[in-house]
Design a protein. Sequence first.
Length: 174
Amino acid sequence: MAYNIIKSAVGNIKEQNVDLDRTDRRILQALQENGRLSNQDLAERVGLSPSPCLRRVRHLEEEGVIEKYVALVNGSKLGLKMLALIQVRMDRHTPDRFEQFEKALKAYPQVLELILITGQTADYQVKVLVRDMEEYQDFLLNKITPLPGVSDVHSSFVLRQVIATTALPIDERK
């Protein structure tokens, strides 16, 4: 039954791949490394003059390849030092139950990622960032476990992030 939910969720994604040439890929790679590059610097880096470079960036934005620009904030500098992974099992695999759960978790700023998974005993993996164990306990007991449909949770705590990147693998050779 969970397979049908996942299949229908994936089936709703109707995004088409965008054809990118080598220059587009170089632009994306450069912007992933530094989203604050000026158009002039970006153009020099990818071997274009500024006007064609800007046209390409605008096209990538319009096509949804570039979704938005953000600042990556160091959570540790803000006192957010406890990263937890929570696996959540739902009592029923119905679209309504999943939708309620997802809507509730979208409202919590502590939730960095919410992923519907398969192949495990859990239905979701939730990545949460909080200050300490006390805040985590409060979040788990007062926000996650009372939600309708949550039947089981399992928490793991990150000792050290070995790789943490937002950059997607872009092959510049194509």
